[in-house]
Design a binder for this molecule. Structure first.
Ligand code: GLU
Length: 294
């Protein structure tokens, strides 16, 4: 049997909130006895900040998480940085290019808007209009992505079905729930979809634990695995922390960040004992705690 290898993959665009920490905690519990890799998803140079990398390492450690693996750069807590792995992503882009499944997509936003007179709405907004797809095979064998976006041509009508270890069977239809998606950006960076699957494959991850907001991404990533003939890991999507109106916590919400709770005097044991409470219950509890004399 293959040994379990999990990963936690924060994006350093703000402080970790309780919802993230809870998902990472589940990842650690699932990895029990196996390896857990920490990966810093810092490809968005405009939004990612080093101070948030330091902060997530500190917050995760404080809450009781530990990971078994990082690059040997002198510190046992160093994560793998996606920004240092461009060569791998270029190789994967090249392999995908050789399959003929991706194409250069030089259209401006205006071109896309014009082609979207009666847009087909997917789960995350209008789908990329198939009328803007170039002929089959365009871009096959290219040797460098150049300064243009590249998209994955989804097999319209294809149902992507997978078993989620937490949520059960899921099914999404290509061309209906999602359309041709970006794998490479004209600014010289891979998209989230390409980078994450390239890393999960290269790091030999056996199970991906992440939030349910990424279910549709899982369907997209499964199509990439399939085109490359690679085995996909197993998936476990955690429910997100939502308020009574169903809104998810955002990093900018601030008040339920791990460090603000720490600042208010909560300790890791207490936080972990209440992981599954609603954000409203958390806010009330935190306020009472702050107001009561210690
Ligand atoms: N970096 C992503 C996030 O912080 C998670 C990506 C993943 O787990 O695949 O939401």
């Amino acid at each position: 049997m293959t040994a379990y290898r999990g990963r936690i993959a924060p994006t350093p665009t703000g402080y970790l909130h309780l919802g993230h920490a809870r998902t990472f905690w589940v990842a650690q519990e699932r990895a029990c006895g196996g390896a857990l890799v920490l990966r810093n998803e810092d490809l968005d140079a405009d939004r990612c900040k080093k101070e948030y990398v330091d902060a997530f390492i500190e917050d995760l450690t404080w809450i009781g998480l530990s990971w078994s693996e990082g690059p040997d750069r002198g510190g046992p807590h160093d994560p793998y940085d996606q920004s240092g792995r461009l060569t791998l992503y270029e190789e994967v882009w090249k392999r995908l290019g050789d399959t003929g499944q991706i194409y250069p997509s030089p259209h401006s936003r205006q071109d896309v808007r014009n082609a979207l007179q009666a847009p087909h709405q997917g789960e995350e907004g209008p789908l990329f209009p198939p009328s803007l797809r170039p002929p089959l095979g365009t871009g096959r064998g290219a040797t460098s992505p150049g300064s243009v976006n590249w998209r994955f041509r989804v097999p319209d009508g294809r149902r992507v079905r997978f078993h989620d270890a937490n949520l059960g069977w899921r099914e999404y239809e290509a061309g209906l729930h999602f359309g041709d998606f970006i794998v490479w950006r004209k600014d010289g960076c891979p998209s989230y979809e390409l980078a994450v699957m390239a890393d999960d494959h290269e790091m030999a991850i056996t199970e991906v634990v992440r939030g349910e907001d990424l279910l549709l991404s899982t369907a997209r990533q499964l199509l990439i695995y399939e085109s490359l003939g690679w085995n996909a890991p197993a998936f476990y999507h955690c429910l997100l922390m939502r308020d009574s109106e169903g809104r998810r916590l955002a990093k900018r919400a601030g008040s339920l960040s791990v460090r603000s709770l720490r600042h208010d005097g909560l300790c890791p044991d207490e936080i972990r004992a209440h992981w599954w409470e609603s954000p409203e219950a958390w806010e009330n509890w935190r306020r009472r705690r702050k107001d009561s004399p210690s």
